[in-house]
Design a protein around this ligand. Structure first.
Ligand SMILES: O=C(O)c1ccccc1NCC(=O)[C@H](O)[C@H](O)COP(=O)(O)O
Length: 226
């Protein structure tokens, strides 16, 4: 089944829609310049009662951008997380350091624009547990992710990714099935494509996105059987 991560959840209706759709991962943005940002206290108030993964709940993903250990520790003290998503310029060494320091799996986001960008996969693989392959932000972009931009999915065709991975960048309820078919992605991530306006999640779009991702999985299984 295609794993679904709904990123940038910052209010109850959005979170409830992700939970109702049984999203495998929920993403909380601990990067204050983002319109989706939550403080540690807000994250705890929002998601503290969500069942843990061992109880059938989603994996809680904390998104950080070149964060200090103190900032990550503050988030974890407020709300236990299951995965650290590192979405800045963190090097492989820094990923390994944070994984060891916090004892949590690391998902490294890589911005992809050309085939050359995929060379980084092998350099990061020993230091991380998962990848999130996202569109490379335009030069001067205010945010390193969450920009509703997609990249050329054909770059991934025939490319083995050396860790479990999520496809991200410009996904929507309308294109997620095509994206899964084109790339064979084992998981998908979305933020802007399920928003009513920047930073405000739309529960109906979250439901539609999850349903479309699930349909893509069912179709792929049917095609494999035929
Ligand atoms: O979403 C943000 O505001 C954000 C800010 C800073 C770094 C990363 C951010 N988002 C990372 C994600 O995982 C997004 O879901 C991913 O980039 C896809 O975003 P979108 O194209 O908007 O669906």
């Amino acid at each position: 089944m295609t794993a679904v991560k709904i990123c940038g959840l910052n209010d109850r209706p959005g979170l409830d829609a992700a939970l109702a759709g049984r999203a495998e991962m929920i993403g909380l943005v601990f990067f204050q310049p983002s319109p989706r940002a939550v403080t540690p206290a807000e994250a705890a108030a929002l998601a503290g009662a969500v069942p843990r993964a061992a109880e059938g709940g989603p994996l809680r993903v904390g998104l950080f951008v070149d964060a200090s250990e103190e900032a990550i520790a503050a988030a974890l003290a407020a709300l236990p997380l299951d995965i650290l998503q590192l979405h800045g310029e963190e090097t492989p060494d820094r990923c390994a350091e944070l994984r060891a320091r916090f004892g949590l799996p690391v998902m490294k986001a890589l911005g992809i624009a050309t085939a050359d960008d995929l060379r980084l996969l092998d350099a990061y693989a020993p230091a991380v547990d998962r990848f999130l392959l996202d569109a490379k932000p335009a030069p001067g972009a205010a945010l390193p992710g969450g920009n509703a931009a997609s990249f050329d999915w054909s770059l991934l065709v025939g490319r083995a990714v050396p860790r479990p991975w999520l496809l991200a960048g410009g996904l929507t309820p309308a294109n997620v099935a095509d994206a899964v078919r084109a790339t064979g992605a084992p998981g998908v991530d979305v933020s802007s494509g399920v928003e009513a306006s920047r930073g405000v999640k739309d529960p109906a779009r979250i439901a539609a996105f999850i349903a479309a991702a699930r349909r893509a999985t069912t179709e792929a299984a049917g095609a494999a059987r035929a």
